[in-house]
Write a protein that binds this ligand. Structure first.
Ligand code: FAD
Length: 490
């Protein structure tokens, strides 16, 4: 197992709200499936979602066996409610420290099992290998000491791309490198236009962003602008509990309309004791910024949160490259459709991760099938060495401003033109030098923008102001594939 930072550093570690599974007496995988299909706005792969929801209880039992201390009430696992779930089915641990608890338990298993772990080692490239799988090229975090692992199965579990955006809930490791590496190796990608934005991430100039979970709104917190006025009740019957994309767009509009850099989450109606027991990590974080949520409004902004698309896989985690597997946020299994149902992503990693493990023991040939439009993306060598950190900051601004919550053909076209210029600077030439993290950041950003320009409609997490409605002809997935033709600007 190799990981580019420390073993524990991951999106998983920061997950707060919980993990969904139909384990309650009034619940069933069929009900969980219905909610998942509804949230995904017509694009969920029904069979993948059936696997996700029906295997969820068994994977939760694994976690309990591994020692994840899920919160309980009277000896039973406590089940929380989240937006768009028709039942209470969200398991949580340590109040709002679910991801940390899961990550600690799994890390313990890895260490106990004596699995060799190489920290601060990055996957840099995948090259065609023999019958057994691709060849993986690794390097240390400074890009030195290149090492080659010859022809063997490779499982990509490299997570999402949230930190390619100026405002993000993700830690800095989440730059979507796995997507870029798989794309360069010829793997098919799908649904890259769907980036889910979380409506409420702590905002303060210069301070780190920190997710303020939706569950706080579930407990009664409301949104106000800087004048103290609520703006959600006028926009949606469910007000603050409207779907994530609706709330994120409303906050974005309010910020643009008022010119104030954030809005405020008012949790003062929730008793202090309840806030401290249900949201201990949030209360601790806010205290370091002098905020007591039982008295003070919390400044928040929307932020990039979850990469819905990624490397296309079938139900066994197989990609279109032989013996290259993908699972977790880097994979596009189709379970989220155009909009992820809250708390289904930790579950996706567990369910399909276990399926990949089974494939590794008993490999069978197969892979994903794609029936929607396939866009060939030209990507050719540049003239740079990818060493200018400013490239990364430019990518983050470009994505936030033009490939963000509200998109248009003009904005996307201009982002793609700027990304093409950055490609020249970040992408190495025909030399032996491997594309590094900056070149991969530019590539992943380009893939998101290109897919977003192709989808001329609004659906789920993808909103185009020039095409504000669903279009029937777009109940299809957009596939992206590498082409070695020279880039032409768009
Ligand atoms: C703040 C926050 C709150 C969330 N809350 C929830 C929630 O309540 N419920 C829920 O279901 N989901 C939640 N999510 C989403 C969920 O946490 C993630 O989708 C999920 O944990 C992703 O798991 P993963 O294993 O795919 O990726 P990660 O956990 O991000 O792990 C990816 C690993 O790959 C490593 N890596 C990346 N690139 C390379 C490379 N080139 N070479 C080597 N290593 C590499 C990274 O360092 C990292 O260790 C939340 C996410 C965030 C950020």
């Amino acid at each position: 197992m190799i990981t580019k930072s420390r073993l524990e550093e991951s999106n998983t570690r920061y997950a707060q709200g919980g993990i969904a599974a139909a384990i309650g007496p009034d619940d069933s995988p069929a009900a969980h499936l219905r909610d998942t299909l509804r949230a995904g706005a017509g694009l969920v792969d029904r069979e993948a979602a059936r696997v996700l929801t029906s295997e969820a209880p068994a994977r939760i039992a694994d976690l309990v066996r591994y020692g994840v201390p899920f919160d309980t009430v009277e000896g039973q696992i406590a089940l929380g409610q989240e937006a768009a779930h028709s039942r209470r089915r969200i398991l949580h641990a340590g109040g709002d420290a679910t991801g940390l608890s899961i990550e600690e338990a799994l890390r313990g298993r890895v260490i106990d099992a004596g699995i060799e772990v190489r920290e601060r080692t990055a996957l840099r490239a995948l090259r065609p290998g023999g019958r057994n799988g691709p060849t993986a090229v690794l390097s240390d975090s400074e890009g030195r000491h290149t090492e080659v692992l010859t022809s063997q199965p490779v499982v990509l579990a490299t997570g999402g791309a949230g930190s390619l955006y100026r405002q993000s809930s993700n830690p800095s490791i989440a730059t979507g490198e796995g997507v870029a590496i798989a794309f360069r190796a010829g793997a098919l990608l799908t649904d890259m236009e769907f980036i889910q934005f979380h409506p409420t991430v702590f905002w303060r100039e210069g301070a780190p962003r920190f997710l303020i979970t939706e569950a706080l709104r579930g407990e009664g917190a409301v949104l106000r602008n800087h004048a103290g006025d609520r703006f959600m009740p006028a926009l949606h019957p469910d007000a603050e509990l409207a779907p994530r994309d609706v709330v994120a767009r409303a906050i974005d509009r309010e910020i643009l309309r008022t010119g104030h850099p954030c809005v405020y989450l008012d949790a003062t109606a929730i008793p202090r004791d309840r806030l401290l027991t249900r949201f201990p990590s949030i209360c601790r974080f806010l205290a370091t910024h002098g905020i007591d949520p039982s008295r003070d409004p919390i400044p928040v902004t929307p932020a990039a949160h979850f990469m819905i698309g990624g490397v296309t896989t079938d139900l066994e985690g197989r990609t279109s490259v032989r013996r290259l597997y993908a699972c977790g946020e880097v994979a596009s299994t189709g379970v989220h459709g155009a909009n992820r149902l809250a708390s289904n992503s930790l579950l996706e990693g567990l369910v399909f991760g276990e399926r990949v493990a089974r494939q590794l023991s008993h490999p069978r040939d197969g892979g994903p099938r794609h029936t929607g439009p396939l866009v060939e993306i030209p990507w050719s060598p540049g003239a740079g060495r990818g060493r200018e950190p400013s490239v990364f900051e430019e990518v983050r601004d470009l994505l936030w401003n033009d490939v963000g919550i509200v998109r248009s053909a003009d904005g996307l076209g201009s982002a793609l033109a700027s990304l093409e210029e950055l490609r020249g600077t970040a992408e190495p030439g025909q030399s032996e030098e491997l594309p590094g993290p900056l070149a991969n950041a530019v590539l992943t950003a380009t893939l998101i923008a290109r897919a977003a320009l192709t989808r001329t409609e609004s659906r789920g997490a993808h909103y185009r102001i020039d095409y504000p409605r669903h279009r029937r002809e777009w109940v299809r997935h957009i596939g992206l594939r590498f082409s070695s033709r020279p880039s032409r600007g768009k």
